[in-house]
Design a protein around this ligand. Structure first.
Ligand SMILES: Nc1nc2c(ncn2[C@@H]2O[C@H](COP(=O)(O)OP(=O)(O)O)[C@@H](O)[C@H]2O)c(=O)[nH]1
Ligand SMILES: [Mg+2]
Length: 443
């Protein structure tokens, strides 16, 4: 399998201005000789005529050659930057398909080769998947930091220190009576183990903000039927996604809009209005709304300022912001003041009042929920549980100093293995298909 040369269209759908076809593997030089009759100078763009198997010109475009091992995959790589027409792309892919040892790449296969040749560790691979999937600025920044090796460096640093500590302790085991290995050496080894444990503890005490940013926040909009929930979500999304109707009880299912609020990904969930008398379908909608709200990061409670006063209920104690709607329909100034006192933000879709305030508040809330400090190291449950496992093993090794040294050294080994799982050095075979399956073809 590793002997194959893989190829794929790495750019988006055709037709497009430019299409990029890349190939990686031992047959790349042969492929270049066949299609462009020469091997271009490494890492430089060369303008060439690309030919099919019968020598007929298919297109003229830029060709790049990246000899391994200093390439993305660690193998020889070449890229054709072609005119992005369907027939052009199809003809070049056809020519590659006919070459011996060449086959179309599977999803994520280029990245998988980069992992297998050690160019990337598993946390960087995950960062790269997130970078491709990032929808907002804050997600992009976090993914770029991880793809650049932020977590890898931290884990490798910790692992090296644990290995060193173990080596010192094992020296003490092997030569218990030697003058050269005084007790103070093992004391300093244990002190460093304790330091590693507390550094990992700090990385874990991050309120899960890496995972939260990756997944995005969920805001559920609740309120009586006709409070203006669907209309407000439409206004936020600036497009018609939810059903807006004058007849109460039309939003029976749960509708979601994904928004970019100041760089933070927020999913706003529309719900069926909560009210007493309701038909069976509507009741089901209300049940789903309540369940969704319990799991939400934030609830927006909407109340029609020209309608009856409602009792705001946040299921499960989720943080809630009360919003007054339809301020334009309140007649007197007194009435307005009285109703506005019940709300944190007063809005009207007719006058546009309060919308910017609401968007600003949501963005600010998301920023605060993630904490102001720099990027989180941990962005996935997988990484978190491996680090937590490492910490447990370290604390076992550190505690019970009266236990045999062999046992404590073994716990240190388990702790290093847990770090090795984050970077993919240890026991990750069964995870790989899942992780690489997240990628698109050509990545
Ligand atoms: N005057 C006025 N009408 C509004 C405003 N927001 C919503 N509405 C109207 O209120 C009615 C109910 O709105 P809808 O979004 O369907 O409420 P939902 O049941 O809570 O989803 C519709 O006729 C909307 O056009 C507003 O700010 N001002
Ligand atoms: Mg609605």
């Amino acid at each position: 399998m590793a002997g194959d040369t893989i190829y794929a269209l790495a750019s988006g759908g055709t037709p497009a201005g430019v299409a990029v076809i890349r190939m990686s593997g031992p047959g790349v030089r042969f492929g270049l000789e066949t299609l462009i009759d020469s091997i271009p100078e490494p890492r430089r763009a060369s303008l060439r005529t690309i030919r099919n198997a019968s020598g007929e010109p298919v297109d003229r475009g830029l060709v790049l050659f990246f000899p391994g091992p200093a390439s993305f995959t660690g193998e020889d790589i070449a890229e054709f930057h072609l005119h992005g027409g369907r027939a052009v792309v199809a003809a070049v892919l056809d020519s590659l398909e006919g070459l011996p040892g060449f086959r179309a790449a599977e999803a994520g296969e280029f990245t998988r080769r980069a992992f297998e040749t050690g160019r990337l560790d598993l946390s960087q691979v995950e960062g790269l998947a997130d970078l491709v999937a990032a929808e907002t600025e804050a997600q992009r920044r976090q993914a770029l930091q991880q793809a650049g090796g932020g977590l890898r460096e931290a884990c490798e640093g910790w692992r090296e220190r644990l290995v060193r500590a173990r080596a010192l302790l094992e020296a003490e085991l092997d030569f218990p009576d030697e003058e050269d290995v005084p007790g103070s050496v093992s004391d300093s080894a244990w002190a460093d183990v304790a330091a590693v444990s507390s550094e990992i503890g700090e990385a874990l005490a991050d309120s899960h903000r890496g995972e939260r940013l990756r997944d995005g926040f969920e805001v559920v909009v609740l309120g009586a039927p006709n409070a203006g929930k669907s209309s407000l979500i439409n206004a936020l999304a600036r497009r018609d996604v939810a059903i807006v109707s004058e007849e109460p009880g039309t939003t029976r299912d749960v509708i979601e809009v994904r928004l970019d609020l100041g760089g933070y990904p927020v999913t706003v969930v529309d719900t069926a209005g909560l009210r007493e008398a309701a038909g069976a379908i509507e009741r089901e909608g209300m049940r789903r709304a309540a369940r969704r709200a319990e799991a939400a990061d934030l609830v927006l409670w909407l109340e029609d300022m020209a309608g009856p006063v409602t009792e705001a209920k946040s299921p499960g104690g989720v943080r809630m912001i009360r919003i007054g709607t339809k301020a334009d329909r309140v007649d007197s100034e007194e009435e307005r003041t009285a109703r506005a006192d019940r709300c944190e933000i007063v809005t009207s879709l007719v006058t546009g009042e309060g919308l910017d305030t609401l968007v600003g508040r949501l963005g600010e809330w998301a920023r605060r929920a993630l904490g102001g400090r720099g990027a989180a190291l941990v962005t996935r449950t997988r990484q978190r549980s491996a680090l937590a496992g490492c910490r447990v093993a370290l604390d076992e090794a550190l505690g019970g100093a009266d236990r045999p040294l062999e046992l404590r050294a073994e716990e240190l080994r388990r702790a290093s293995d847990a770090l090795g799982r984050v970077t993919g050095r240890v026991d990750v075979e069964e995870l790989l298909d899942v992780i690489f399956g997240e990628f698109c073809i050509g990545k």
